[in-house]
Design a binder for this molecule. Sequence first.
Ligand SMILES: *Cc1c(COP(=O)(O)O)cnc(C)c1O
Length: 390
Amino acid sequence: MTTQDWIENGLSELRALGMERTLRQFQAVGGKTRDGAHETLNFSSNDYLGLARSGKLAAAGAAALKSYGAGAASSRLVCGTLPCHAELERRLAAFKGYPEALVFGSGYMANLGVIPALAGRSDAIFADKLAHASLVDGAILSRAELKRFRHNDPRHLSELLASEQQARRRLVITESVFSMDGDLAPLEEIAEACSRHGAMLLVDEAHATGIFGPGGSGMVRELKLESRVDISMGTMSKAFGAYGGFVACSAPLRAWLVNRARSFIFSTALPPAVAGAAAGALDTLESNPGLGRELLQRAQAFRLRLKEAGFNTGVSASQIIPLIVGKNARALALAERLGASGIIAVAIRPPTVPEGTARIRLSVTLDHSPRDLENAADRIIDAGYKEGLL
Ligand SMILES: *Cc1c(COP(=O)(O)O)cnc(C)c1O
């Protein structure tokens, strides 16, 4: 078989399963866009606080760009650590309530670098069944033994920890707000299990940072678990409206990561403009500490409305609201009908979510006014009836 043949066969297989993904071009970032007279509500953006197009962030990014240039010119360990990186890390640590923080090229790179720095061949990793691909990839790359505990089930985690006694070190991994279901992890119980069994704990706060906790500092801080969560990971690509990943941790752990996290060591430092924009997001959060709370209130009203109409919104308790419809084809049909009514919402299918739980993933952002959300709910419910889902 030629290269072209196997690729074409693979693609037609995906197509037949309703699993082929293709790229689509958007004219602009934002939860609400206008194209002539036509208004579109975009529910697939992770720009939760509507900061990506903020003038404040653009100005902060432009100032850093002007001071330091377009690129950082080398990795952080060589000559890529600039004042904008040091300042950003100092502020991220304070924001998260940890002694130190370390910035990575992206959230994906943070997980890919941190996990293998903490666990290796003689170790065991315990990850929630629904943990994000970047966490799973980090675990695979580490070559540690990988065990999955049932989603949000600290008892199952405890059982697995108790049954695994040989490992030199043990690392537990979870998200605080899950990306595809919008539900919250029982972090206190998980931290308790880790303490009891002497395991390290990494919490990925990609979808909680900027939204949950005091001033948007996340769930770890909300629950005052800073001393029990060894690594609090976050991204500046979502609610921060910029780009880049980071971890907050102790000083020795940061020093270890600087020496051992390969995605940190062997990649160029974050571009100054991006570091500047992320600092601009921190400024915005500091002067508007209620943004996350406002978002969660709007999302709750929206979710309730959809739920009452008969949609299965699963166990969502955040700005991420799934409409679980089951079959891939149903999710695709609903997404298409919503698209025709000016609502952009992506169908999420396996392998991103478990088999038989294809869904529309709605993410509410502050670009959506309460009125937009009422409007959108009307249109979504109408589409649900027309698709025979309600
Ligand atoms: C988006 C996401 C990441 C990756 O963050 P990026 O900055 O986009 O690379 C990591 N973990 C979770 C749970 C995510 O949702």
